[in-house]
Unconditional design. Structure first.
Length: 187
């Protein structure tokens, strides 16, 4: 199986999730957010094809890493390959973060039509969701580009069938409340 990558994997990232991370830059994104810092990843024809088994070897040889991050592009546009990489990473003890332009709620709706969306979500520990919005850009919020993007505990969210927001990465804890209107639980 092949995965389309925008660039070679990046090791030792400290800005793409908690701890030292190996980042897999997937190629292809239909969201095409205005102001995206990775516009070269939008084209589904760009980048290069990488054999999944070779990528697994690279991940296994990424010593002293806390986890992997699926970024891009958007890993949800390459479901089969992303599932295989996330599942493998979990099997060798790495946690998995993923970035997507979809919201958690949109992914759950897509999962009703495509089981593979749920299969990928089940292999992700933390999801940074939502499109980048230039008007909401913030350099103060860790691990995301705009204030509308959320950092979600996927395992708890799947159990509760609603997004469980991880607030420890917020500059201020303004989200540290139960928002009854939107039915999100913030922890």
């Amino acid at each position: 199986m092949l995965i389309r990558l925008a660039r070679p994997i990046q090791r030792d990232s400290i800005v793409d999730g908690e701890g030292l991370r190996t980042v897999i830059w997937t190629q292809g994104c239909a969201h095409k957010c205005f102001g995206c810092h990775n516009p070269s990843t939008h084209s589904f024809d760009g980048g290069f094809a990488q054999d999944i088994d070779e990528l697994k070897k690279q991940i296994k040889n990424s010593h002293n890493q806390d986890g992997i991050t699926l970024s891009g592009g958007d890993p949800f546009f390459q479901l089969d390959a992303s599932i295989e990489i996330a599942t493998y990473s979990q099997s060798i003890g790495l946690n998995v973060w993923a970035y997507t332009g979809y919201t958690f709620e949109q992914l759950m709706l897509l999962a009703n039509k495509n089981d593979k969306v749920l299969m990928l979500l089940q292999q992700i520990d933390v999801l940074v969701d939502g499109r980048f919005e230039l008007s909401k850009r913030s350099l103060d919020w860790k691990f995301r580009g705009s204030k509308n993007q959320r950092i979600i505990d996927v395992k708890k969210s799947l159990k509760g069938n609603k997004p469980i927001i991880i607030t420890k990465y917020n500059k201020n804890n303004s989200y540290n409340i139960l928002n009854k209107k939107s039915q999100h639980i913030y922890v």
